[in-house]
Design a protein around this ligand. Sequence first.
Ligand SMILES: C[S@@+](CC[C@H](N)C(=O)[O-])C[C@H]1O[C@@H](n2cnc3c(N)ncnc32)[C@H](O)[C@@H]1O
Length: 264
Amino acid sequence: MIDTSKPSVARVYDCFLGGKDNYEVDRQVFLQVDAVAPQMKLLARSCRHWLVRITRFLAGTAGVDQFLDLGAGLPSAENTHEAAQRMNSDSRVVYVDNDPVVAAHGRALLEENDRTHLVVADLTDPDEIFSHPEITRYLDVSRPIGIIHSNTIHHVSDEEQPRKIMSRYVERMAPGSYLALSHFTDPQDGGAGTELARFVEDIFANGPMGSGFFRTREQIQEYFTGLDMVEPGLVRLNDWWPDGPMLTTNLADEVSLGGVARKP
Ligand SMILES: C[S@@+](CC[C@H](N)C(=O)[O-])C[C@H]1O[C@@H](n2cnc3c(N)ncnc32)[C@H](O)[C@@H]1O
């Protein structure tokens, strides 16, 4: 059931990416941020570029041929299955989301071939994810897998115990699996970065959307506990093996971190 009276994370993110699968309530959240911090649109785009780069790395260099993209979101210009299947056409990709608009619009666009599927499930329950019949039908979870948590865990509140959730994912991953995770951060620089993080968090988490938590570098690094970080570690998204020299940076680059790690 689509609730158009309350903003949804997937639809608000769609606004930041310039998509059209959103409603007035979602646009209100977007406009509140955009009026003061228009650079957050660039961060959303940087996130999608990061997602494509980490997927290319996993499907190519790392040799991963099955992907679990949690909190997939609404389809965008380039999606995980396109990046993965361009490197290796046999790559299997299962998207997971719990938003009814993603389930409706997303399924049509994301389930492009018989190696790509969308499953409606709750990413905060790793045991349910790893035993979900629709997921295990397409992915062999006893073999290495690429788990993608792109901008998901910052929508999980402290009360829901994100650290515990991520440590269960790490436990369930087969050796040789990879975790790619990006997350909003408060750079705690006592200046403009912190100010931006606090401003956006206030609108996202304290407003009707109800989530979007800017955590510290240390908290985000803890989600990778038990894994070996791939170089260059947990960094600003544009610094994770960029496609070329970065000609410009902006303040919003400071409020998100991402990394990739392998289970030994
Ligand atoms: C900010 S969007 C990120 C989309 C995409 N991963 C990206 O980075 O471009 C977060 C997504 O996570 C989904 N999500 C949030 N909580 C979830 C939950 N408990 N179970 C499944 N999906 C969830 C939302 O519906 C939304 O589509």
